[in-house]
Ligand binder design. Structure first.
Ligand code: NCD
Length: 308
């Protein structure tokens, strides 16, 4: 049976832990895994811009000995001629062993997966979910905090359109004693369905705030996000809201010494470049961790067992 990864509910917590262990062993001995995807082809279909997700998936596949086909610009594919997602996926699944797909429409990867007999991985669908970013984020928390429990986690910025936020909250709701601080302007609060179907259903404690300064000193993790300009209907609202939260050395002066500062990247002005040299800044490490988690995922979904 083919295995898709469309949202976080497609993975059990135990499976996420197995991916951490596999990623740890890839980090320790990359050579051992350098042929596990030999002769396997990954199709990388990006209908929306990307740097980290696309390049880290492609780099992950090459590092595992596999090959990559695809497009980074839907305009260069038959999509420009009006081809449907169903037909694009049905065809691509003939040419490849696994499909990684980013799309601007919520639900497109789930829909596409119906037409593929090869695994489909959601690399971000509109404002909905971004499960492989979350695998990298969880791995970053696991590596820095050595556990995913008893943590105060602050999400800051665009909690309405930020798909990385939605996926990470969903994942964290399955771990013990995570307190959420949801810091955003009124217009960009977490969508109601996430609040009722994920946060409240799981019994997680959460507080909604407007001001980061009120809580920064208590946090174990601060997850900054970019205001998602491309999902705004109104340019004036975007301009009004985009610089609402800016993390500077001053903002984190009294924050915990072991605070972990995360950001899925790309950043706008929400983390000032002077913060980069603070040892608590983890966002580039986070991008690296995500590549190892993608290697672990590809190994699990299409790789040969290198212990055999
Ligand atoms: C994020 C995305 O595409 O959702 N980027 C990423 O994949 N690392 C976040 C963003 O675009 O703001």
């Amino acid at each position: 049976m083919k295995r898709d990864l469309i949202d976080l509910n497609d993975l059990k917590v135990e499976e996420i832990e197995e991916l951490f262990e596999l990623a740890d062993s890839i980090v320790k001995d990359p050579k051992k895994y350098s042929k596990v995807c030999d002769k396997k082809i990954m199709a990388s279909l990006f209908f929306e811009p990307s740097t980290r997700t696309r390049l880290s998936f492609e780099s992950a596949m090459y590092r595992l000995g596999g090959d990559v086909i695809g497009f980074a610009e839907a305009g260069s594919s038959s999509v420009a001629k009006g081809e449907t997602v169903a037909d694009t996926i049905r065809t691509t699944s003939i040419y490849s062993d696994i499909i990684v797909m980013r799309h601007y429409s919520e639900g497109a990867p789930r829909y596409g997966a119906i037409y593929s007999d090869k695994p489909v991985v959601n690399a971000g669908d509109g404002a909905h979910e971004h499960p492989t970013q979350t695998l990298g984020d969880l791995y970053t928390i696991y590596r820095t905090k050595e556990k995913i429990q008893n943590l105060k986690v602050g999400f800051v910025g665009d909690l309405k359109f930020g798909r990385t936020v939605h996926s990470l909250i969903t994942a964290l709701s399955r771990y013990e004693n995570i307190d959420l601080y949801l810091i955003s302007p009124e217009e960009l609060v977490v969508p109601r369905f996430i609040k009722s179907q994920v946060i409240e259903k799981s019994g997680m404690k959460y507080t909604e705030l407007r001001d980061l300064d009120d809580v920064i000193d208590e946090l174990d993790i601060v997850y900054m996000t970019r205001v998602q300009q491309e999902r705004f209907f109104n340019e004036a609202d975007y301009i009004r809201l985009k610089d609402k939260y800016i993390l500077t050395p001053e903002t984190i002066k009294n924050a915990k010494e072991d605070l972990v500062i995360m950001h899925p990247l790309p950043r706008g002005s929400e983390i000032s470049p002077e913060v980069d040299k603070d040892p608590r800044a983890c966002y580039f490490e986070q991008a690296k961790n995500a590549m190892y988690m993608r290697m672990a995922l590809l190994t699990t979904l299409v790789g040969e067992d290198c212990n055999e």
